[in-house]
Design a protein. Structure first.
Lengths: 308, 308
């Protein structure tokens, strides 16, 4: 038999990461591939298969050592069917049953879900949401990804498409969103919008890392900027808190590094606007697992799925 | 042994209803009490006990014939603890363990939840949401009550306070809401607000029943009025659809009787604003069980609870 491992695959906007993890979710090794050239379905499948086989060879493992392969994809994924509803910014994937395609070629069980759900699963099992029963986890980046834990499991919804906190409308007549909606949270706190806002506030091109650096050094403009972002986020989360009554909200992704100014404002808004019972109970934490959360969550999914 | 029954108690804004139901949730008899005089805790407990004993006597039943007593209360209720977080418009109930107080005095198992959850449970088991796995049910009245069904059970949240669709913010700078928040859905579609809006539109005092009557006869102003209400509701539900990915949304309560104009607009807004996968899947139905939904749902709760 030999020792068991899990292989996790995390498809991001610019790269594909493939990792080998042990059953305690420790990353044994990790490879990264540039994906700007492989957005096509067949190339992606090919590179995943090559990467998996490479890992097996280099570690002197065979398929029986691998409990399963877990895929995290950016977009709307049907976990149960192992199929893609759609991938964000990557056309041509609608309805593709990537799970069974890969399983057939690899001869290893394959599980897949969207990256935000997997980040949430990881933070719930090993990170900031540990010990809770009801959790909401957000990843702030180009888009706003999110996952919901209910009674200890991912809340998936009728088409496994639930959890889109980023697409809750914040204002009835807000801007058009990429999702087709209007005034979604993502149109207020997605990276491109807040970068433009930062440029306006500081009167020059400035990166979000720079604004975060300024905030850490106490710069008033930068602090005000982040609390403005936190205000939008806090108002959207007020609705989530009233609706879902979570134990904990976890905020991760690049923007979460803005630190205290952002998180403090989120907490303040929830405390002042959400309903008493829900507001008093909920904790707001920064994510703990960083950029490996997706890989770890994919491994958790495989282990849970392989258990049945 | 003898035949088994359930007693349901439904506390509303102006009256308390107590009913005897059989195990197929048919109402055998029903009594109504004016509650404007009995808002005080001890009086309410006393009248419930008297009503239960009266039913037992009049039907020649004893306690062993009663599977349990199910209470539906207007407010935030902790189902698991059998305790009141707070009652809407009725002060002095915070933390009261009404469940164990009644159980001790009655010698019968007692279960309790908020009225909107029970309406949702009833519509899910016997009404418009039958056959779904994920459902959201709304009751439009003075307030906006709601319940969420997830994987066939009520989604309750960390403090059993989840489901507050009526308190999702629709606009960041909206009006103050009774809940302490701002711009909540309830501030747009609660009865008092839409009554005031109707008065403005028609230039005279007019009841919502009258506006509904006009709409049914094709009056353009009335149709426009209800589609305006439906628009607010549809935008809030867009967020709910994106977040929860339900199979079905059920809309009940007085305002739901506005009929097609309201429901059509809700559907149209969800179709045009919600995310593709979720929007295509969700059905929007009118509630089927009418004003007895709360009594029926209380009986379902007792039967489920008594099963363990």
């Amino acid at each position: 038999m030999g020792k068991k491992f899990i292989i996790s695959v995390d498809l991001g906007g610019t790269n594909l990461r493939v990792a080998l993890l042990d059953l305690r979710y420790r990353i044994v090794l990790k490879h990264s591939f540039d994906t700007r050239r492989l957005l096509n379905k067949n190339r992606l499948i090919k590179i995943i298969i090559e990467a998996v086989n490479n890992i097996l060879e280099s570690q002197n493992l065979n398929k029986r050592n691998i409990l399963g392969v877990g895929l995290g994809l950016p977009g709307s994924i049907d976990y149960e069917k192992g199929a893609v509803h759609s991938l964000t910014n990557i056309p041509g994937w609608k309805g593709v049953r990537l799970g069974s395609l890969l399983k057939k070629k690899l001869g290893i069980p394959v599980f897949m879900d969207n990256d935000a759900n997997l980040m949430c699963l990881a933070e719930y099992r090993l990170g900031a949401a540990g010990g809770s029963r009801y959790a909401v986890c957000l990843t702030l980046g180009t888009g706003v990804g999110a996952g919901v834990i209910s009674g200890g499991r991912l809340y998936r919804g009728a088409n496994n498409a639930a959890g889109e906190v980023g697409h809750i409308p914040l204002n009835e007549s807000g801007r058009r969103c990429n999702c087709g909606g209007r005034g979604c949270l993502e149109t207020y706190v997605g990276n491109s919008r807040i970068l433009a806002e930062a440029r306006r506030v500081f009167g020059r091109r400035i990166s979000l890392e720079q604004v975060s650096g300024l905030a850490r050094r106490g710069n008033a403009k930068a602090l005000g900027f982040w609390s403005g972002v936190g205000r939008h986020l806090g108002i959207a989360l007020t609705g989530v808190v009233n609706l879902l009554n979570p134990d904990v909200i976890v905020i991760g992704g690049g923007v979460a590094n803005a630190g205290k100014a952002l998180l403090d404002e989120v907490k303040k808004v929830i405390r002042s606007r959400a309903m008493t019972v829900q507001a008093r109970h909920v904790k707001v934490y920064k994510a703990r697992l960083g950029s490996d959360a997706g890989l770890i969550g994919a491994a958790v999914m495989v282990r849970d799925g392989a258990r049945g």
